[in-house]
Every structure is written in C-alpha cells, then in structure tokens.
Ligand binder design. Structure first.
Ligand SMILES: NC(=O)c1ccc[n+]([C@@H]2O[C@H](COP(=O)([O-])OP(=O)(O)OC[C@H]3O[C@@H](n4cnc5c(N)ncnc54)[C@H](O)[C@@H]3O)[C@@H](O)[C@H]2O)c1
Length: 305
C-alpha cells in the first residue's frame, strides 16, 4: 500500500513507443504506474504481455513502482480489470492515459470491414471503455465525499483533426476521440475530473515505414522525432498546474507544442423560414467563399487566394 500522496497512473499501450515514454516519465515524477499493453503487432494481431513487463522492470530498476497489465483496452470487461488492477495494487487511481493504438491503413475503395472495425474498436472503444470504468470509480469517490482531482488524457492524431489520405478508419477513430474528449470534459468536471487529448508526432514502429530512408539521429543532438518528447506535456496535464485545463487538444512534436483550435460556426445566414433548393444557389457559394479553408495536414490554415 502506498502513502496517501503518491498518485497512481494507468498508461495504456505503454510497452513501446510514445506510451513507454509516458510510463517512464510518470515514474521519474514519483507516480506509481500501471503499465498496460497486450503486446500486439502494429496491425493489432498477436499479443504477449512480455514488453509491458520489461517497462515495469525498467521502472523498478529506477526505484519506482509499477505493475504490468495485459488486458485488451477495447474489451469492456478487460478495461474494468485494468482499472481494478490500479486499485488492487496501489489502492487508488488518479490519472488515465489512453494511448494504445493500431494501424490498418488502406485507401477507402479497398478497405475491408475488418480493417475498419479493428481500428475503430481499438482506438474508440479502447478509449471509451477504460474512461467509463475510471469515471465510475471517481464518481463513487466523489459521492463518498473523498476529494477527486483526476485526469484523463486521450491520444488523438493530426490524421483525425486535420485529415490524412489512406487513414479514413484511423482518422475517423481519432476525430471521434477528439469529440469524446470535449464531451466527457463537459460531463466529468462536476466530479473533479479533467479530460484533454494530445495529437503527437514521433518516430515509432507505427510511423517508421513512412520514412524508411531517414538517417539515424546523432545521439548527442536533440531528436525531435523521439517518442519520449511527448511525455512532458502529458505529465504536465496530469499535474496540479493543469487543474483548470479541460476539453483541450494539443499538438506536440519534439519541442513544439500548440493548442489545436476546434470546429466553430463560420459565415452563415438565417432566412427565418424554409429555403427552397433553388434559392440556395444564390447563398451557398458566397458562404463557402467567405469561410476559412480547412487546416492542412500540419494544422496550418491556408490563406485564401
Ligand atoms: N507515432 C506517431 O507519430 C503518432 C501520431 C499520432 C498519433 N499517435 C498515437 O499515439 C499512440 C501511440 O502510438 P505509437 O506510435 O507509440 O505506436 P506503438 O505501436 O509503438 O505503440 C502502441 C502500443 O499499443 C499497444 N496496443 C495495441 N492495441 C492494444 C490494445 N487493444 N490493448 C492494449 N494495448 C494495445 C501495442 O502493443 C503497442 O505497444 C497511438 O494511439 C497512436 O495512434 C502516434
């Protein structure tokens, strides 16, 4: 059993890449860490809990506290066991980082139902299910009069909030995670829970095929592509200084962090009664011309003209 002050975090998909970086930084900052990972391949196939155990060993080797969990985050009962693991081993839960993910890229015209469903399931249900169980625990704590200062940090992607070809399944799931972040932030603030999301960019096994010709970085230089660059923002969002920050999405790569600004109502018109389709010929082209263009893949809004 831990001291009352030690905060406890669950990081999903924490055996590799970005999630591993989160788990190690949380441990360095004194958190007890539940290292979740089912050890899947990039496409979601296979599974072994070995890699999660390696991260646990690394944390224990640093003098930190960690426990491995091999549940599939997209399995509702598995997600309940995951939240239960934090309570069983450390007696509490303070932070949930939903990071686990897979890729099954394909152009829409060739995409199978299985490729669609597996990606939507792991990302979207795999964010919903742990959050649902963690939030139920925090609501009970709140009802029992115990102070709750909890955090959920989700993982979206530029693919979801700005778009990327070949990733309609992944981008739809990631856009869903951004919407889930905004809505659950509204619902959960009454219990003392904030919900934010990060849209990271880093070189991991998920993205290494995008640039196979990339030169090996010089280990003495800062590498903006390193996956552990994402962790400081995530750990900050988990901390006391971020208590009032909720419903936000952050872009992060290397040392660059920006706030992703969401959808907003642009130029509009209200006739006060039903339009005919023909009348809209005179109205819609003008509205579209006045409206800001969608941001490009980097999140930068092109200037018109
Ligand atoms: N790498 C990038 O540039 C980038 C960009 C945008 C978003 N992301 C997101 O960041 C997150 C981490 O990605 P990464 O690049 O570190 O990839 P990664 O493949 O290195 O790590 C993902 C981890 O999730 C685990 N996992 C997969 N399905 C799981 C499940 N059902 N239950 C539990 N664990 C599961 C895998 O075993 C793996 O260890 C993902 O959500 C990804 O979509 C990454």
């Amino acid at each position: 059993m831990q001291s009352d002050e030690q905060r406890v975090v669950i990081v999903t998909g924490a055996a590799r890449g970005i999630g591993r970086g989160h788990a190690l930084e949380f441990a360095r900052q004194g958190y007890a860490v539940v290292v979740n990972d089912l050890g899947a391949e990039v496409d979601g196939s296979g599974g072994s809990t070995g890699p999660a155990g390696e991260v646990v060993d690394e944390i224990r080797g640093m003098g930190g506290q960690a426990v491995a969990n091999g549940d599939d985050v997209s399995d509702f009962a598995g997600a309940e066991r995951l939240v239960g693991a934090a309570l069983e081993h450390f007696g509490r839960l303070d932070v949930l980082v939903n990071n686990a993910g897979i890729l099954r890229d394909r152009m829409l015209v060739n995409m199978s139902v299985e490729e669609w469903d597996s990606v939507i399931r792991v990302h979207l249900r795999g964010t919903f299910a742990p959050t649902r169980h963690a939030a139920a625990y925090w609501r009970e704590e709140h009802k029992a009069g115990r102070p709750v200062d909890a955090r959920v940090i989700n993982t979206t992607s530029s693919s979801g909030i700005y778009g990327n070809q070949g990733q309609s399944n992944y981008g739809a799931a990631k856009a869903g995670i951004a919407a889930f972040t905004v809505i659950t932030a509204m619902e959960l603030s009454r219990y003392g829970i904030t919900v934010n999301a990060v849209a990271p960019a880093a070189l991991t096994r998920m993205t290494e095929n995008l640039r196979p010709d990339r030169e090996k970085p010089d280990p003495s230089q800062f590498d903006p592509s390193a996956p552990d660059n994402i962790a400081p923002l995530v750990v900050w969002l988990a901390g006391p200084a971020a208590k009032e920050v909720t419903g936000r999405v952050f872009n992060v790569r290397g040392g660059a962090i920006s706030v992703a600004e969401g959808w907003q109502a642009g130029p509009g018109v209200d006739k006060g009664e039903r339009w005919t389709v023909e009348e809209l010929d005179d109205v819609l082209p003008g509205l579209v011309a006045q409206a800001a263009l969608n941001a490009d893949q980097r999140g930068i809004r092109p200037t018109a003209g």
